[in-house]
Design a protein around this ligand. Structure first.
Ligand code: FES
Ligand SMILES: [Fe+2]
Length: 349
């Protein structure tokens, strides 16, 4: 199964974090669509096509005036729905002067955009990621742009054996790559699950410095991936031999939900949104700082590696690759994305 390069768009993609949006407009490209985000007078988020219908100036270079977006070229002004509400020296504004808007939703710090068919039933079903907003979880988040096609980040996140080599000294230990994975696909929901359960293994620095646990630990990595954008790594760390109780409680373990939102930007670039949700030391700023520092380092290691792979791929028209057992999750993800594409041929790019 080759890596898909087309994009199924009838789904939600993270476009920005709420803290990225100040008083002015914010430009983002998602799946090749240039979009401008801003807040209206009530503080409600709005997303419009980032192109003025008058003479095609990017609206994101304008400004927000009284909750409306004013073009920076000749001043045409648009409401949050994209209707042109003001034009210089003109009382009757042609309806063709409006711009298209996109549905948005928010979960915790993440703003999601829908760029596909606005009548699709999925618009009414925003992503469910409770750890981003439920009490009892501390949330850290950030975003790094990657100079690589989105499929390379899918490959990367579905095969964590690379932690042993690319992230040695942070989250990688010898046992990650040495432990086999189990992969399954839930066809009803299009979810890929990849599980790696390690028993009595080394505690990597990422967890020893943030949980205080020492080797040996039991370390579970259970990936739940809903292509394209929604990736959750359920990470459980516990003293070796300590299992969850029969009632599901797990007081001696540390749980970390490692979320990634994989947002294709252009054909060769990707927005790598990440969030770490932990249920331990939730009010400890020292843990915040140590965890955010190490996460940034790990993410930048991936960013650099994937840019190298993209550069190598760009040197040839034909992509060749060899798949191994460790790639079963990534290959399953490609199949799910392939089925999404078949379901919406009219919007495939
Ligand atoms: S290009 Fe926007 S107002 Fe003229
Ligand atoms: Fe990585």
């Amino acid at each position: 199964m080759t890596m898909p390069t087309e994009l199924p768009t009838n789904q939600w993609f993270v476009i920005a974090s709420v803290d990225e949006l100040g008083d002015g407009p914010l430009a983002r490209t998602v799946c090749g669509e240039n979009i401008v985000l801003f807040r209206d007078a009530e503080g409600t988020l709005a997303a419009l096509v980032d192109r003025c219908p008058h003479r095609n100036y990017p609206l994101s270079l304008g400004q927000v005036v009284d909750g409306q977006l004013q073009c920076g070229y000749h001043g045409l002004t648009f409401s949050s729905s994209g209707t042109c509400v003001w034009a210089p020296n003109q009382s009757r504004i042609p309806s063709s002067a409006s711009v298209a808007s996109y549905p948005l939703c928010q979960t915790g710090p993440w703003i999601w955009v829908w760029i596909g068919d606005p009548t699709h039933p999925g618009v009414a079903a925003p992503p469910v990621l409770p750890w981003l907003s439920e009490p009892g979880w501390a949330v850290l988040h950030g975003m790094e742009p990657i100079a690589a096609r989105y499929g390379l980040l899918v490959d990367n996140l579905l095969d964590l054996s690379h932690e042993t080599f690319l992230h040695a000294g942070y989250i990688g230990t010898r046992e990650v790559a040495a432990t086999p994975i189990e992969t399954e696909v839930d066809d009803a929901t299009g979810t890929v699950r990849v599980s790696r359960r390690m028993a009595a293994v080394e505690c990597p620095k990422f967890y020893s410095e943030t949980t205080g646990m020492t080797s040996p630990i039991d370390r579970w990595q259970d990936i739940e991936y809903r292509p394209i954008c929604q990736y959750v790594l359920h990470s459980r760390i516990a003293p070796a031999g300590v299992a969850p109780a029969l009632d599901g409680s797990d007081p001696d373990a540390a749980h970390l939900k490692i979320l990634y939102a994989i947002t294709p930007s252009t054909a060769g670039t990707t927005l790598d949104f990440w969030a770490l949700c932990r249920n331990f030391s939730v009010d400890d700023e020292g843990v915040d700082e140590a965890m955010a520092d190490m996460q940034r380092t790990v993410v930048l290691q991936d960013v650099e590696a994937l840019a190298h792979v993209e550069r190598v791929l760009g040197q040839s028209d034909v992509v060749t690759e060899v798949s191994l057992k460790i790639d079963s999750g990534a290959l399953a993800a490609r199949r799910v994305i392939g089925r999404q594409l078949e379901a919406e041929p009219s919007t495939a790019k």
